[in-house]
Ligand binder design. Structure first.
Ligand code: FA5
Length: 336
């Protein structure tokens, strides 16, 4: 038995040494190392041998298997090299043929805006804090001061899942609660974060409204934060996005989780003659929300905002329709 093994080994090595092309190499591999190859069959034999023979035979067949496998790899590299050299010499490969240009991808315009936002907010001292896209009804609404049956829930048309109480987040605001609970150390530390991410709404699509879009939420919590801090910070942010002469308008508004609340518009000719486009909602964090995040509202205050970066990208590039963003049309995407 061992003799037969040794002669298979020697024969295999000898044949391999004479191989000059990859077709013969493939045949050799099948013959020795393939599923039904000679070495493979001997490996299978090991289990059927009587105990006394098994150890010695098993050891040797494994050694031979390894030796032939590495001899094969060496030969394969050599044969490939020789074939390439032969092809070059015989002119089968035209090295003067121009190569195919590799397609270079680019960043999606929304991603570009998100990165620009993150840079600007970082320079103003805000960390990026990410939280989940799939939320509980409690975090998306109740802890933001909208208990069940609160009429303000109607402001966000919601995608529900088949699991009761689990929804796709309709805004990035539930991230405020996550951030306060994770970073606030039981309401004892100031916070400055932005919370970027995709949100989902079951609403009628239009040139300005998508059913999925990004938001960039912001949250600042401290001991003496006031409405002037909010207005100043947002105005400065918009100056850095659009340039120092941008015209910004704050309108009073209503959100259950801020009091007082405002909406922010930017003036732009891109949305009609001298039009204004709403780019964010904002306000002073409501005492109930501070409490739900673990803060004592008599000691702490804060502001929050939620920007729609796609809306801002529309303005910056005079894009006529928000539906281009997720339509996956390369003619649109390749322009950025
Ligand atoms: C909110 O979602 C609040 N969570 C914002 C907020 C955060 C207020 C923190 C106060 C404090 P609103 O539904 O207005 O608010 O959306 C915020 C921004 O997202 C809008 O100003 C707009 O820029 C963008 N946006 C809203 N709906 C759409 C839509 N369907 N498609 C694209 N962008 C949208």
């Amino acid at each position: 038995m061992l003799e037969q093994l040794e002669s298979t080994y020697q024969e295999g090595l000898a044949l391999l040494r004479d191989i000059r092309d990859s077709a013969a190499l493939r045949d050799w591999e099948l013959k020795y190392l393939g599923k039904k190859g000679a070495v493979t069959q001997m490996l299978r034999l090991v289990g059927t041998l009587p105990k006394e023979e098994r150890a010695a035979f098993g050891k040797r067949v494994n050694e031979i298997n390894e030796a032939l496998t590495s001899a094969y790899a060496e030969r394969e590299a050599l044969v490939q090299q020789q074939e390439l050299a032969r092809d070059l010499e015989e002119g089968e490969i035209d090295v003067t043929l121009p190569g195919r240009a590799r397609q270079v991808g680019g960043l999606h315009p929304a991603t570009q805006t998100l990165r620009q936002f993150a840079d600007i907010w970082a320079a103003m001292g805000f960390l990026v804090f990410r939280s989940r896209d799939v939320e509980s009804d409690e975090l998306n609404f109740s802890l933001l001061n909208m208990p069940p049956y609160h009429p303000a829930r109607d402001m966000w048309d919601t995608f529900h899942t088949t699991t009761p109480g689990v929804i796709l987040r309709t805004h990035t605001s539930p991230g405020q609660i996550h951030a306060m609970r994770q970073l606030g150390d039981n309401g004892s530390k100031p916070i400055r974060v932005i919370l970027p991410g995709m949100v989902y709404r079951y609403e009628q699509m239009s040139a300005r409204k998508e059913i999925q879009f990004n938001q960039v939420e912001g949250l600042a919590i401290g001991r003496h934060i006031t409405l002037t801090d909010l207005k100043g910070t947002i105005t400065e942010f918009l100056r850095r996005v659009f340039g120092a002469d941008v015209r910004v308008r704050f309108r009073s508004s209503y959100f259950p989780f801020t009091e007082p609340s405002m909406e922010v518009d930017v003036r732009s000719d891109a949305v009609g003659k001298g039009g204004w486009l709403e780019v964010a909602g904002c306000g002073m964090v409501h005492p109930v929300v501070l409490q739900n995040g673990g803060y004592d509202p008599t000691q702490w205050s804060g502001f929050a905002f939620g920007f729609g970066p796609e809306r801002i990208t529309l303005l910056k590039h005079a894009i006529p329709d928000i539906r281009y963003f997720w339509g996956n049309d390369l003619r649109f995407l390749e322009q950025f």
